[in-house]
Structures are given as C-alpha cells and as structure tokens.
Design a binder for this molecule. Structure first.
Ligand code: HEC
Length: 125
C-alpha cells in the first residue's frame, strides 16, 4: 500500500471521529436554550439563587457565587468553570439543576456543548 493512501485513510478516520465533537458553539443558539429550560427558573434577575443570574450573557459573566471572586465561566478553562462542573459532576450535592428539583437535567450532549463553548473562549456569539 502506498503511504499517501494510508495517510488518506487515517485522515478520513480522524475526521470521522471529530465530527462528533460540537464545533463553533454559539451562546445564543446552543447555550441559551439549555439555560432557559434547566437553570433560569432559579437563576434570574428577580431570584438569583446563589447570587447567580443566568438570564443573559452579561449577567452570567458578571455573576459571582457569593464571596467567590472568579466568574462561573473562565474562558478557555472548563476544568475550573463552575458552570461546567455543576452540569457534569456525578456528585448529587453539587449537581445543577438540583436532582430533587422538577427541572430537567442537562444531558451529556448538552454538557459537552457547554464545555466546548467555554473552551472556545466563552464568547458572546
Ligand atoms: C431549582 C432551582 C435551581 C435550578 C433549576 C438550578 N439551580 Fe443552580 N443553584 C440553586 C441554588 C439554590 C444554589 C445555591 C446553592 C448553595 O448556595 O448551596 C445554586 C447554585 C449554583 C451555582 C453555584 C454553586 C457552585 O457549586 O458553584 C452554579 C454555578 C449554578 N447554581 C449553576 C446552575 C446551572 C448551570 C443550572 C442549570 C443547568 C442551575 N444552576 C439550575 C438552584 C437552582
């Protein structure tokens, strides 16, 4: 088999795998609907539970969990972003929406969108 042929096959496979990863996640189109359904009922201007308002991009970026100084979404760093931690954790006491609440949980696919959005810079896009 000629090397160029092999390389083409490898690239095709790599491309095939990547296609599963969400790309160019939009705050407006991809993230807002998740927040509206599962978070905003408790995290809004009128009733910002935990001092967190997720009703708009600016409100989200300005929100601080009580005495914490860092924002809940750290552009490029999903690992330390509370917004991602609370939707991906296996620990019930940390999970959002709270497991005992009536609000639908965030699916793995949706959590993945949030992760990629943060990784891509948590932009107002
Ligand atoms: C049923 C109401 C309710 C819903 C729905 C809800 N939350 Fe919360 N959230 C709370 C309350 C109450 C607190 C404060 C908890 C505390 O101080 O112990 C909180 C705290 C938080 C915190 C700070 C806590 C931490 O560990 O950093 C984040 C971040 C958060 N929520 C994000 C979300 C996200 C994202 C969603 C949607 C996926 C969501 N919440 C849905 C009630 C809710």
């Amino acid at each position: 088999m000629r090397p160029i042929f092999l390389i083409t096959i490898i690239c095709l496979f790599a491309g095939g795998c990547e296609r599963d990863e969400p790309e160019n996640v939009s705050f407006e189109k991809d993230i807002t609907p998740i927040l509206r359904r599962s978070c905003i009922p408790c995290h809004n201007q009128v009733r910002p539970q935990g001092n967190i308002d997720l009703s708009s991009y600016d409100a989200l970026m300005e929100s601080r969990y009580f005495t914490r100084r860092e924002p809940i979404a750290l552009p490029g760093n999903y690992h330390d972003s509370r917004l991602y931690i609370v939707v991906s954790t296996k620990q019930d006491r940390l999970r959002m929406p709270p497991p005992h609440s009536e609000f639908r949980r965030v699916s793995n696919r949706e959590a993945e969108r949030i992760r990629v959005w943060i990784e891509e810079g948590a932009k107002d896009n």
